[in-house]
Write a protein that binds this ligand. Sequence first.
Ligand SMILES: Nc1ncnc2c1ncn2[C@@H]1O[C@H](COP(=O)(O)OP(=O)(O)O)[C@@H](O)[C@H]1O
Ligand SMILES: [Mg+2]
Length: 241
Amino acid sequence: MTATALRMTGVEAWYGPAKALFGIDLELRGGETVALLGRNGAGKTTTLRSVMNLMVRRTGDIEVLGEPAKGGADAIARRGVGWVPDDRRIFPTLTVRENLTLAQKAGRSKGREPVALDEVVEILPIMGRLIDRRGSALSGGEQQAVAIARAIVARPRLLLLDEPTEGLAPVIVDELERAVADLPGRFGMSIVLAEQNLTFVQSVAQQVLVLETGRLVYSGTAEQFAADPGIKEQFLAIGTR
Ligand SMILES: Nc1ncnc2c1ncn2[C@@H]1O[C@H](COP(=O)(O)OP(=O)(O)O)[C@@H](O)[C@H]1O
Ligand SMILES: [Mg+2]
């Protein structure tokens, strides 16, 4: 396992002329989970896109799994980075099994031994119930769960999850929480989790960063974060969700 799974130093990012990130620093140790918290528009998704070199122009230094993050999203993915974007897109005409099998093939072509479907079902039991259904027959929440399962199947070393609990039924959120908590120990995976669900974050992350209008306004351990109600009131609009 790499000592540092992801290091971002002074990362700034733009969409055309509009600046979206103003100096993000992050260090994620191998086998740990860091949460990116922040209201809508804070820059969580842009931070993940910066790691993938996708859709944004960025400056600053990013090291992924011990090497500079050079090249496009494909090159970054080939290094062992799994990305579950916020659009939760799966193939609608294929069954869940076919969606997952394609991801296994993609993982194998990148030289990684995919996770067996049985083990994916063990990690995310809802996959067992959905496995023979077509993508188009699934609810948005179910599609989101499949998108996450698909990323797990390719056995990434670094997994980027963009608001995985958004719009999910509570029972699926609980299942996902157990799955995400299990991944580092089971596979040695490191995880960057963009989220707004504090309960979820506090049960899976060791480190918490808070973004506000593209700036890092808080960084601490999960314990420090849990003990600091001020930061939640100030930046996370607690009580409104
Ligand atoms: N594709 C895009 N084109 C232009 N601006 C964007 C785009 N995506 C996000 N932004 C802007 O970048 C800022 C950060 O957004 P984003 O990273 O999506 O925040 P979050 O994921 O925390 O909700 C916002 O001001 C948003 O309007
Ligand atoms: Mg977002």
